[in-house]
Design a protein around this ligand. Structure first.
Ligand code: NAI
Length: 686
């Protein structure tokens, strides 16, 4: 008998307990164990069988690590079918999480009783697949077409109360295992024998539209909707066969591979902060502008007492208003009630000008203007005002972290914490290790990130760290395509077609052309040796008043807010090609995407090679969570692996041959091609 499935007998009753920590996935051993348990019970005889889990999980789903392998028997559908047709009733006692295959097992049971903390769902589409053990065929039979569509196509996970309301469970009780011993059985037949719901083309159409809006270009939600629709048309056996076929086909698809990769990368990133490090009790945030206010709000939300430091009374009051606005928004969105918001604001946040009488904080985060001298002065003041043990962090986007922190009495407690805007919403946090940052400081920062529920990625010091460095490179290569023959709206459309949420030029219009301009100036692009400088964006800023949406025009015109390509910008671009002596040539969408995305991957390989990022998955996480790279493409390094590293190498070599100033083949990539390395696992511990 398998160790992860236990069977006990008690007074004619058999209890099967799945015990496969940490979350009871249906690994091969569990599946074998379940079959063996059913054999044993059938041989011994019992009047009823209770199926339950351990800890916080009933069964949290399939073992995603097995997804990449061919299915190993016994497969879950066999077990589900055996449970549904078992000679005596099997009752699911849902002690906790019942997701994916876990819910499919429960659906095959005669009765489902759940503890209040149980959560239920079929989240397969979020991993690029569909349920593969009857979920799409049984759930609509049990709860009806529209609710099943919403759960399956969105991959939504619900609590026990909602599950009871939907009829997904038959009872909510504190101790479902005990209740399952004697709970009366329903009159209805087993789920698979229930009549299928009537086809409702409008519900299907709405679900398709909604899935397309929420997850454009993703296959799994649309396929899942098709399978739910099939429930209404096909006998159970045919529906199940179609579901299994669809599941197996999707399992090895590019999208499923990408979504799985991101899932594991996120899980690893979130786990980093779960062990070690010191707990932060009090924090100081210097600068209460858009970033500082949101950081202060996020810290306070986790129970940290925050003092926001500004320069004078007026800016202090502005900072207070900035934070108050965030609380007001959260009340408006129903995330907090007004009393709780007011209490948190009053008890956890203080605002002051200057550094007098600062509390003995464990952490200070600086979010003042992006100016080296201003930032250095702030840290000199913090060094004097706070205990020597306090961690000091800068939220700079581009400045040299080592220069900001040098001169501190104890630079080992200094690092960069690069939040993304809006800082209370965006999941990503680049934890930037300076030359002298200690391991203990990093560990505490990771612990803070976990407390803030952020996906933390370690980065070394360079211009733009991981994310802004890749963004800069991507924009540079897009600018080169402009001067060679593409137009901004065309580049944007092509990259949106690839799956980026927005194209690079519309993003600039949103964030303001003057911001990027100031950065380029600071980095000295115009005169940077060995750099192919494209002056189009600088000319827009210097010669026109078009600074983006905020001025009503930028790369685009905005007539009544509607974004339209600008004839003026087109002619400026074309004129710039002429000035550079370049004969423009047409670019198609494929070429634009290939070049722009290859540039991201190329920069990613350089970043890995230089040790700025520790592992490739971190680069993927940064681009997905900070820059709207499509999750279902897996990030620029995973994507390069799916395209094929030899192909990516070949492309970069060709680009470098044509434009040696702008492209450089990363040695790491050459080596990876030579050695046949899987790019997803660069930097991972074996
Ligand atoms: P902001 O201009 O909205 O806020 C800056 C705040 O700092 C102002 O309230 C100002 O009064 C205050 N301040 C200036 N000098 C100060 C001093 N010596 N002592 C105390 N307070 C002072 O700027 P934002 O957008 O909040 O950016 C702040 C920092 O965060 C910058 O370093 C920026 O590069 C970085 N950052 C910005 C992101 C963004 O998307 N806005 C994203 C990530 C980082």
């Amino acid at each position: 008998m398998s160790e992860c499935v236990h069977t006990s007998f008690d007074d004619g009753l058999a209890i099967i307990t799945i015990d496969n920590p940490p979350v009871n996935v249906t690994s091969h051993a569990v599946r074998e164990g379940l079959m063996a348990a059913l054999d044993k019970i059938e041989a011994a005889g019992a009047t009823r069988v209770i199926l339950t889990g351990t800890g916080k999980s009933f069964v949290a789903g399939a073992d995603a690590k097995e997804f990449a392998l061919p299915p190993q028997p016994p497969v879950l559908p066999e077990i589900v079918e055996r449970i549904e047709n078992f000679p005596v009733p099997v009752i699911a006692a849902l002690n906790g999480t019942a997701l994916g295959g876990g819910l499919e097992l429960a659906l095959a049971c005669r009765l489902r009783l759940a503890a209040p903390q149980a959560t239920l769902g079929l989240p397969e589409v979020t991993l690029g697949v569909v349920p593969g053990a009857g979920g799409t065929q049984r759930l609509p039979r049990l709860i009806g077409l529209a609710p099943a569509l919403s759960l399956i196509a969105e991959g939504r996970v619900i609590g026990a109360v909602e599950a009871e309301r939907l009829g997904l469970i038959d009872g909510l009780m504190d101790d479902p295992v005990t209740a399952a011993r004697s709970h009366p059985l329903p009159e209805r037949p087993v789920t698979g024998a229930l009549p299928a719901p009537a086809l409702d083309p409008q519900a299907i159409e709405t679900a398709r539209r909604e899935a397309n809006r929420r997850n454009p270009r993703q296959d799994a939600p649309q396929k899942a909707i098709g399978l739910v629709e099939a429930t209404c048309r096909l006998p159970l056996a045919q529906g199940l066969a179609l579901e299994r076929e669809t599941f197996l086909a999707l399992k090895t698809s590019d999208q499923a591979s990408a979504l799985r990769h991101v899932f594991f990368a996120e899980r690893a990133a979130l786990a980093q902060g779960k062990t070690g490090g010191a707990e932060i009790g009090k924090a100081v945030v210097v600068g209460g502008g858009s970033m500082g206010a949101a950081i202060a709000y996020a810290l306070a939300g986790t129970g940290i007492e925050v003092t926001v430091v500004e320069t004078d009374t007026a800016s202090r009051e502005r900072a207070r208003a900035n934070v108050a606005k965030l609380y007001a928004e959260s009340v408006k969105r129903g995330k907090m009630n007004a009393e709780a918001a007011a209490a948190e604001e009053a008890t956890r946040l203080r605002f002051q000008s200057g550094y007098d009488a600062l509390p003995a904080a464990d952490l200070a985060i600086e979010a003042v203007f992006e100016d080296m001298d201003v930032k250095r002065q702030v840290f000199t003041a913090l060094d004097a005002a706070l205990p020597q043990s306090a961690i000091l962090a800068t939220n700079t986007s581009f400045l040299d972290v080592n220069r900001i922190g040098d001169g501190l009495s104890n630079p080992s407690r200094f690092l960069g914490l690069h939040f993304f805007s809006p800082a209370h919403v965006m999941k990503l946090l680049e934890v930037v290790r300076g030359a002298q940052t200690s391991a203990a400081t990093v560990t505490t920062a990771l612990r803070l990130a976990a407390r803030l529920k952020k996906i933390a990625v370690l980065a070394g010091v360079c211009d733009g760290f991981i994310g802004n460095r890749i963004l800069t490179r991507y924009r540079q290569i897009c600018d080169i395509m402009l001067i060679e023959g593409a137009l901004p709206w065309q580049v944007d459309a092509a990259l949106r077609g690839f799956g980026m949420a927005m194209g690079p030029y519309e993003v600039q219009d949103l964030s303001g052309l003057d911001i990027a301009y100031a950065n380029r100036k600071r980095l000295g692009w115009r005169t940077k040796p060995g750099f192919r400088y494209i002056p189009i964006a600088d000319r827009i800023v210097e010669e026109t008043s078009r600074l983006g949406r905020k001025t009503g025009a930028g790369w685009y015109d905005y007539d009544n807010g509607k974004q339209t390509p600008s004839a003026l910008i087109d002619s400026l671009v074309i004129g710039e090609s002429a000035r550079a002596g370049i004969t423009r040539r047409p670019f198609d969408d494929d070429e634009i995407v290939r070049r722009a995305i290859t540039a991201m991957s190329e920069e990613g390989f350089h970043i890995l090679e230089e040790g700025i990022a520790a592992k490739s998955a971190d680069i993927d996480l940064v681009m997905i969570h900070g820059y709207a790279f499509p999750r279902w493409r897996g990030g620029p390094i995973h994507y390069a692996g799916r395209v094929g590293l030899p192909e990516i190498l070949h492309r970069i070599e060709a680009y470098a041959a044509a434009d040696p100033l702008s492209w450089k083949v990363p040695d790491l990539l050459r080596r990876a091609v030579r050695e046949g390395v899987d790019p997803d696992s660069f930097g991972e511990q074996p």
